[in-house]
Design a protein around this ligand. Structure first.
Ligand code: HEM
Length: 133
């Protein structure tokens, strides 16, 4: 019999809420995630990989995840990054495309460069749980 796979990196709260406030709290994050999903929907490099994804759930879980890692008063109720992306054969190119889409969405939302980089750094730690799983 097999052991269940390790869940991967936990989605843990930030030490303080600086990033959460810089992103415009719950409303700012909601607006960002909405823009992000529109940019992905318009990206021929990766949109097909989301064809069967439950978009309402994805939107909710992305909101929760970004809120938590930004230090906001939220709870992440989704699955681990390793579990949710397992078997999807996501490549580095896919990952980079998604990061570019997030940057485009952050630009549209008027999020300053330094704030963008802080969020990207906190998401980058999940690369190993998402790519080639
Ligand atoms: C930093 C990068 C990423 C983050 C933070 C992220 C985050 C998430 C989250 C929070 C969910 C929802 C989890 C749940 O429903 O419990 C999800 C689902 C999903 N992600 Fe990602 N993701 C990333 C990269 C990618 C990439 C590069 C792809 C493919 C190009 C991808 C494809 C998907 C798909 C298809 C789902 C839906 C899974 C399903 O329920 O069928 N993700 N992701």
């Amino acid at each position: 019999s097999h052991e269940p796979p390790a869940p991967g990196l936990a989605i843990t709260p930030a030490a303080d809420d600086t990033l959460y406030r810089a992103l415009g709290q719950r409303e700012g994050i909601q607006s960002l995630i909405r823009s992000f999903l529109y940019v992905i929907a318009d990206d021929p490099r990766i949109v097909d990989q989301f064809a069967e994804a439950p978009i309402d759930r994805l939107e909710e879980k992305l909101n929760e995840m970004v809120c938590v890692i930004a230090g906001g008063p939220c709870h992440y109720s989704g699955d681990s990054m390793r579990r949710v992306h397992r078997g999807k054969h996501i490549s580095n190119a896919d990952f980079n495309a998604l990061v570019e889409d997030l940057i485009k969405a952050m630009d549209r939302e008027g999020i300053p460069f330094t704030v963008q980089n802080t969020l990207l750094a906190r998401l980058a730690v999940f690369h190993g749980d998402i790519v080639h799983r």
